[in-house]
Write a new protein. Structure first.
Length: 158
């Protein structure tokens, strides 16, 4: 995504309300703003409710309690596809840079650490931390794959 893309207005997005409030306050007070927009964040950060590590930890802990393997429930494409991730460190670097760089004012910035993260590499590590077996997607010829309709046609961003 480029930050020049229009807002997706198919459903509410609380970030837009935050941005609007920030821009209005900055206009009123004659100050500049910057917005740091990280990609998905996977890591051990206290009190980070939007960090995907917490629900994955709960899933792994429940799997261990039930004596079941940690099952990856999606398909082979998402299993092997490289995913852009952000880290708290790269986010902090961007935020520091944006405050200390005079020409960064009144702009949004995306940030990713460009690591080659795949669920295929990560899933066995997660399972190992909890002492459970790792199970990837079902790749048998009899595997059942389903298509899901969205409420929007066409779906946002294809």
């Amino acid at each position: 995504m480029e930050e020049s893309d229009p807002r997706v207005t198919l459903e509410p997005n609380f970030y837009y309300n935050q941005e609007d409030a920030l821009w209005a306050w900055c206009r009123k007070n004659s100050v500049e703003w910057t917005i740091a927009m990280p990609s998905a964040i996977l890591g051990a950060v206290p009190d980070a409710a939007m960090n995907v590590a917490f629900p994955l930890a709960v899933y792994a802990a429940v799997s261990k309690h039930l004596g079941e393997p940690l099952v990856y429930t999606s398909d082979i494409t998402s299993w092997q596809n490289t995913v852009a991730m952000s880290s708290a460190m790269i986010n902090a670097y961007l935020e520091e840079w944006s405050v200390l760089t005079p020409t960064a004012g009144n702009q949004k910035f995306n940030v990713v650490d460009n690591s080659a993260f795949t669920w295929e590499q990560f899933w066995p590590k997660l399972a190992g931390w909890y002492g459970v077996e790792s199970q990837g997607p079902d790749m048998s010829k009899d595997a059942v794959f389903t298509e899901r309709e969205t409420a929007y046609d066409p779906p946002p961003r294809g």
